[in-house]
Write a protein that binds this ligand. Structure first.
Ligand code: NAD
Length: 224
C-alpha cells in the first residue's frame, strides 16, 4: 500500500515509521509542504491508497475536504474538529472514505467499553480526568469528550465534569471515576508510548483501503 502521512510531528512521524515497518510505501508532508491542503491535488494523490492525518484541527478539515473531493481515502487522528463532523461524514458518503477516531489506542477502545459498563451503575457521580503534554491544542481531549458521551448515554441528564491537566510531555492519561456514598471505582488508562496510537492508525488505514463511506474507529476496531 502507498500511504501519505500528513504531519511530521510527535504522532505523524511515528505513524510513518510504523507504516514502513509494516511494509508500506510512505510519503510524508508537513505544514511547509501542504499549506491549506495545497499538496492534495489529483496528480499528488494518484497511486496513494490512504492518507493519514495527524496535523491540527483547522488543517485536518482542509485536508479532509481536499482528499474527499478527489474521491480519496483518509484516516484522521487529529482531534478538535468535530463541529465539522456531520459535513465531513456527508462528503464521505458521496465519494471517497473517511475513518476518524479520538483515540487509535486499542487499550483506550477497551476503556470505552469498560466505561459503558461502569456507567450502568445507579447512585454514583461520574467524573473524568485527562492529562496531556503542554503543547496540546484542544482541551478537554477528544478522548475525554468521548468518555463523557458514553457516560451520558447511560445516565441521561447526569452532569459529568471533565478536569484537564497539561504537564510536560505527558502522552495521554484518562481516568473515569464513579463516586458513590460507600465506595469509589476508578478506571485508568495511561499511554506509555505513542507507538500504540501510531500502530492503531496504520491498521485503520489498512482496513480502510478498498472501502467507501464514513466510519468511527470505535465501531470498527474489533475488525482489525
Ligand atoms: N486519535 C489519536 O489516537 C491521537 C493520538 C495522538 C494525537 N492525536 C491528535 O493528532 C493531532 C497531532 O498531534 P501531535 O501530538 O502529533 O501534534 P504535533 O504538534 O507534534 O504535530 C502536528 C504536525 O502537523 C503539522 N501540520 C500542521 N498543519 C499541517 C498541514 N496542513 N499539512 C501537513 N502537516 C501539517 C505541524 O507542522 C506539526 O509538525 C492533534 O490533534 C492530537 O490531538 C490523536
Amino acid at each position: 500500500m502507498l500511504i501519505l502521512v500528513l504531519g511530521k510531528g510527535k504522532t505523524g512521524s511515528l505513524v510513518a515509521e510504523v507504516a514502513r515497518e509494516r511494509g508500506h510505501g510512505v510519503r510524508a508532508l508537513d505544514i511547509t509542504e501542504n499549506q491549506q491542503a495545497s499538496a492534495l491535488t489529483a496528480p499528488n494523490l494518484a497511486g496513494v491508497d490512504v492518507v493519514i492525518d495527524f496535523t491540527a484541527p483547522e488543517a485536518a478539515v482542509e485536508n479532509m475536504r481536499a482528499v474527499l473531493a478527489l474521491g480519496g481515502r483518509i484516516v484522521v487522528g487529529t482531534t478538535g474538529w468535530y463541529a465539522h463532523l456531520d459535513e465531513m461524514r456527508a462528503k464521505a458518503q458521496k465519494g471517497g472514505a473517511l475513518l476518524y477516531g479520538t483515540n487509535f489506542s486499542i487499550g483506550v477502545q477497551k476503556l470505552f467499553r469498560l466505561t459503558a459498563e461502569l456507567a450502568r451503575l445507579e447512585g454514583y457521580t461520574f467524573s473524568i480526568g485527562e492529562t496531556h503534554h503542554v503543547s496540546k491544542l484542544d482541551a478537554p481531549s477528544g478522548t475525554a469528550i468521548t468518555l463523557r458521551q458514553i457516560v451520558e448515554a447511560a445516565q441521561p441528564g447526569a452532569k459529568v465534569e471533565i478536569t484537564s491537566h497539561r504537564v510536560g510531555d505527558a502522552k495521554g492519561e484518562h481516568t473515569v471515576i464513579a463516586a458513590g456514598p460507600d465506595d469509589v471505582l476508578e478506571l485508568r488508562h495511561n499511554i506509555l508510548s505513542r507507538r500504540g496510537l501510531a500502530l492503531g492508525a496504520v491498521r485503520a488505514a489498512e482496513w480502510l483501503a478498498g472501502k467507501s463511506g464514513a466510519y468511527d474507529f470505535r465501531e470498527i476496531f474489533d475488525q482489525l
